[in-house]
Design a binder for this molecule. Structure first.
Ligand code: COA
Length: 159
């Protein structure tokens, strides 16, 4: 099993079913609409289709994660979230680097994602990894005030 280094005393490992509660908690801290832990357990149980990467310490205390969906030669970044107290230290970059390294050893040629076009930290991260915008989806992200933000669809080439 692959393990990648990460900032601080953390490392990046593949997500396991036992991580479902941690991932649901981190996801709820990062997004207006959370996902139930049972959904994460299902995804984590099917790691060939929906592999996850976790930033963790030696005692499996998880500070961030990324999850993909693989479909033939294409893949999608389903979600990525870092503990609010741990942001801005390179964990998001370490998670994406691990995902790219894994994909480079697979048949996958492209990685797509959707991001709120006003999410500056995420956009900075994605630009650094070579993602380029390929389209927009208006009214995609519901907001607490009843409005909805536009999603930018982005694509990066693997390898
Ligand atoms: C997006 C997210 C995963 C990034 O995680 P992170 O560990 O902070 O990522 P990194 O530290 O590797 O990189 C963050 C980048 O954002 C930049 N950044 C931080 N705050 C910023 C701000 N307010 N405006 C612009 N850029 C900002 C940092 O400078 C860094 O970019 P750089 O390396 O080019 O300087 C994290 O902010 C998060 O969990 N957000 C909530 C969930 C979310 O929005 N996920 C993405 C949905 S598509």
């Amino acid at each position: 099993m692959n393990v990648w280094s990460a900032p601080g005393a953390l490392h990046i490992a593949r997500g396991e079913v036992e991580d479902a509660d941690s991932l649901a908690r981190l996801h709820a801290q990062g997004f207006y609409r959370g996902w139930p832990a049972s959904d994460f357990a299902d995804y984590l149980g099917d790691s060939r289709i929906t592999p996850a990467y976790v930033a963790t310490d030696a005692r499996r205390r998880i500070s961030g994660f990324a999850m993909l969906r693989i479909s033939g030669e294409e893949s999608e970044l389903l979600t990525i979230a870092v503990d609010p107290k741990m942001r801005g230290r390179g964990l998001g970059a370490a998670l994406l680097a691990a995902a790219f390294a894994d994909l480079a050893m697979s048949p996958v040629k492209t990685l797509f994602l959707e991001v709120d076009e006003t999410n500056a930290p995420a956009l900075a991260l994605y630009h650094r990894f070579g993602f380029a915008p390929i389209g927009k989806r208006k009214g995609y992200y519901p907001k607490p005030d009843g409005s909805a933000a536009t999603a930018l669809v982005m694509r990066a080439t693997i390898g």
